[in-house]
Structures are given as C-alpha cells and as structure tokens.
Design a protein around this ligand. Structure first.
Ligand code: SF4
Length: 193
C-alpha cells in the first residue's frame, strides 16, 4: 500500500473511516495515535482495548494510568511522547491480532514512525516487539535490550496491561523505564546500539 501523506494529520485523513480489514466492521472508534508529533520517544503497543475503543485514545483506563506512572519513572509525561498501536481498531474481546489485520494496518504505523522520526522506539509487549525486530523471540528474552533497526533504536519492554497484576513484571517495567533518560543521553552521544 503506497501512502503519500507527509504529515500525521494527512496520514489520519488518508486512513479515513478505514475498512481495509475486517476490524473496521467491529470497532466502535478508530484509535489513530496521540502525542508529540516531534517526540524523541515513541511507544508502540499492540491494539486498542475496550476503553480505547470507546474513547478513541490510546492507553486509557488502568493500563493508561500505569503507563503514566512508568513515563514518570523515565522523567517523561504523555505530552513528551507519541503513542500508537500496530492495529488502529480493537480486535473483538481483545483477542490476539490476526496476520491479515497486522499486515493491512502496519503500513500506517510505519508511516507514523517515519513522520514522528523518534530516536527511540519503545515496543510494549510481544506483538510490537516481534513486528519491529522481525523476530519470533519473546518479550521475556528481549526486554531491556536495544537493537538498531534501520538506524533507529528499538527498546522492548513488557506491556503495561500484562503488568497490572504481576508485581515482578511491574518492577521490571519500572526499572526499564527508569533507564530511558540514560539511553536518550547515550543516543545523543551516538554510542548506543
Ligand atoms: S485495524 Fe487498521 S486496517 Fe483494519 S480497519 Fe482498522 S485501521 Fe483499517
């Protein structure tokens, strides 16, 4: 799919009332993405959940509250970062994304990354990590490691939603987010990778 938009607003227009995959028929609200269009840090999640589907905003409700707390550990607030999911529409019952859905929607995420042009892409959980690193390896093995992908640093962490009731994962997430300032400093110096 060739996308021609050269701004996030133009890309949102191009997405339109999307029905390119079957999730267009079951969603309530399309969740495009949100945040600083020139963010140094972009967060990539999997798909909207129930609250996101109702509000049109990424990461609201309990997972959103935890995300705000995590950003705070990294010296950041929502307005500093850009947040988008692989899928812009909620899979029914929060089931895993299907391959056709991921393949159809991914060009929009890639265009968002291109337009925001962040230095650091934080992938939240298995799906985003596997997509961005083009691997079948799981998040438990990959979390906390930085990989350069086409000149951009990708930093996988657990998904906040999977960590709400898992104390150990939550503490790991906190320490991974607390490393973000140090990672950004090292990127400025050009010595991360
Ligand atoms: S998930 Fe993506 S491709 Fe599918 S309908 Fe929604 S916006 Fe379109």
């Amino acid at each position: 799919m060739a996308l021609s938009a050269d701004t996030l607003a133009g890309l949102r227009d191009e997405l339109g009332d999307c029905h390119r995959c079957p999730l267009g028929d079951t969603r309530t609200t399309l969740v495009f993405g949100h945040g600083n269009p020139h963010a140094r840090v972009m967060l990539v999640g999997e798909a909207p959940g129930r609250n996101e589907d109702l509000t049109g905003q990424p990461f609201v409700g309990a997972a959103g509250k935890l995300l705000d707390e995590l950003l705070g550990h990294g010296g950041l607030v929502r307005e500093d970062v850009y947040i988008a999911n692989i899928l812009k529409c909620r899979p029914p019952g929060n089931r895993d994304p299907k391959r056709v859905e991921v393949e159809t929607c991914t060009p929009f995420l890639m265009a968002q990354i291109h337009l925001v042009d962040p230095e650091l892409v934080v992938t939240l959980g298995n799906f985003a990590t596997r997509l961005m690193l083009d691997t079948r390896e799981g998040i438990t093995a990959l979390r906390g490691q930085i990989t350069l992908v086409q000149g951009r640093s990708v930093y996988p962490v657990f998904h906040p939603a999977a960590s709400i009731y898992d104390r150990a994962k939550r503490e790991t997430l906190i320490s991974d987010f607390a490393r973000v300032p140090e990672i950004l400093d090292s990127l400025k110096g050009g010595d991360a990778g």
